[in-house]
Write a protein that binds this ligand. Structure first.
Ligand code: BGC
Length: 477
């Protein structure tokens, strides 16, 4: 029986798992460190060196339901590249996806030249416009580009660095909008209207904002992790202005890149970092997001097998191969009913010689790694909601966070664990979690729509290409 099997190995494996178990006290410490980093990132003179970049997005208002029009949206940054044709319908307060197309991006292209990548994007968009009979129009376009960008304007966005699986040459330090337009012009068979650049967190916040006006945080826990929130402009020292709010893309994945998380990093985290395509950066992300969780588990299992605590001291070729223990296995193994059975199937497929105790231990390892991820996210989210609360001089804040990402959506108890920890870490905040409906697609259209009506585009572009977009004087802040 389960417990009889568990007792003995649990005692032995605990020394491997203990470094991953973060107490509430530790999480509070982490939250205090992030709080300081948020301030450093916002500062005029300190932001250059800040690990948490706190990037202005030039999105100054959340939707108020009066935007409308037809838009194109591009979505690059998760597993696939997508093109969407989206209609924002004012009367029904909704965003309708008219049609969309997915184009896969082969791994060679993720590591190839920027020109190849943008040509591929332009080709995919061209084929889509052709199929929709839209080539003659120049629709405004929202570009969800889920990487850290220094935005100069809503339509000027310099890539700071690639993250996740991407590393195309010649793009870092360049304006992504320019690269996209150049690729389209190289073809010469269609054109696009004004462009609004959107991080996926911002798209997620905006798409939820359409349904819930108090949605002022967007969070992604998928291949990568990040969050954005509405900050008082007077605190964003790099942007002129005193009144109102601007959405800040925190890029919290970079938390710890200055060494501030050294005390909680394990030897396994170090290996994950060193063997990644971007060593030394996105420390926090590498402890949390889907791109890395499976790999942490794999490294632990290898170590425990080598130390004769698992699989009769044997490994397998698959287990020894980086990337072979997929993050989705963690969700499958933690499934409440079928988890142990799934574990057995997965271990068999990995060519391991397991017994029932091994399956239980593997499940315990998965649970430990996903819990750490959820609790670290909770600490970061608590920091942000507390900041919003204090910014507004409130004793109690009621707010909504729009969330997306495979880890949050697919793992059986990640969201519960995250929410439980946030309640403890931010007791004065009452947070509603809203899973976003296609934030990267519809949210991008929302940002473009809001951009057209609230003066964040240069005046020459406002509404010019989309007569349906309604002009609006006052913005909700
Ligand atoms: C990127 C962020 C993005 C996040 C989630 C990170 O790697 O730096 O810009 O929001 O992944 O996709």
């Amino acid at each position: 029986n389960y417990h009889k099997h568990m007792r003995q190995p649990q005692r032995n494996v605990e020394k491997y798992l203990e470094p991953f178990r973060l107490s509430l006290e530790k999480l509070k410490e982490v939250s205090v460190r992030l709080k300081k980093d948020l301030i450093r990132g916002l500062g005029k003179h300190s932001h250059h060196r800040a690990a948490v970049k706190m990037l202005p997005t030039f999105v100054r208002a959340t939707p108020d339901g009066t935007e409308k029009g037809d838009y194109l949206a591009l979505d690059l940054g998760g597993t696939n590249f997508r093109v969407l044709y989206v209609r924002v319908v004012e009367e029904q307060q909704k965003v309708v996806k008219m049609d969309s197309k997915i184009c896969s991006i082969p791994q060679e292209m993720m590591l190839g030249t920027g020109e190849q990548l943008f040509d591929h994007i332009a080709q995919c968009l061209g084929e889509f416009l052709e199929s929709q009979d839209l080539k003659g129009q120049t629709l405004p376009l929202g570009f969800t580009f889920s990487f850290p960008c220094e935005q100069k304007e809503i339509d000027k966005s310099i890539l700071i660095r690639w993250t996740k699986g991407f590393s195309c040459s010649g793009v870092e330090g360049q304006d992504v909008v320019k690269l996209l337009k150049e690729a389209i012009h190289r073809r010469g068979d269609y054109d696009i209207g004004s462009v609004a650049m959107v991080n996926d967190t911002v798209g997620t916040m905006m798409s939820c904002g359409y349904r819930d006006q108090s949605c002022e945080i967007g969070m992604i826990i998928g291949t990568g992790t990040n969050a954005c929130y509405m900050e008082e402009i007077k605190n964003v020292k790099r942007v002129e202005g005193e009144d109102g709010r601007m959405c800040i893309n925190t890029e919290w994945g970079g938390f710890g890149d200055d060494g501030s998380l050294k005390d909680i990093l394990t030897e396994f985290d170090e290996v994950v970092d060193q063997t990644s395509i971007n060593p030394g950066v996105h420390t926090f992300e590498k402890m949390i997001s889907g791109m890395y969780l499976g790999e942490i588990v794999r490294l632990l299992l290898v170590k425990m097998a080598e130390d004769k605590l698992l699989f009769k001291g044997e490994t397998s070729e698959a287990l020894l191969t980086p990337g072979q223990f997929e993050t989705k296995y963690i969700s499958e193994i933690e499934e409440p009913d079928s988890g142990l059975e799934n574990a057995q199937k997965i271990l068999t497929a990995l060519g391991l010689n397991w017994d029932p105790v091994d399956a239980c231990v593997v499940r315990l390892v998965c649970d430990t790694i996903s819990s750490r991820s959820a609790r670290l996210c909770a600490a970061a989210l608590a920091t942000i909601s507390n900041r919003i609360r204090v910014n507004r001089g409130l004793d109690h804040l009621k707010t909504t966070v729009g969330v997306d990402g495979t880890v949050y959506r697919k793992h059986p108890n990640f969201s519960e664990e995250l929410q439980a920890a946030v309640r403890l870490l931010a007791p004065k905040c009452d947070i509603t979690f809203l899973v976003s409906e296609d934030g990267s697609g519809k949210g991008a259209a929302m940002v473009t729509a809001v951009a057209q009506t609230t003066c964040i585009l240069p005046p020459s572009q406002q509404g010019a290409t989309n007569p349906a977009a309604k002009k609006k004087k006052s913005v909700r802040t």
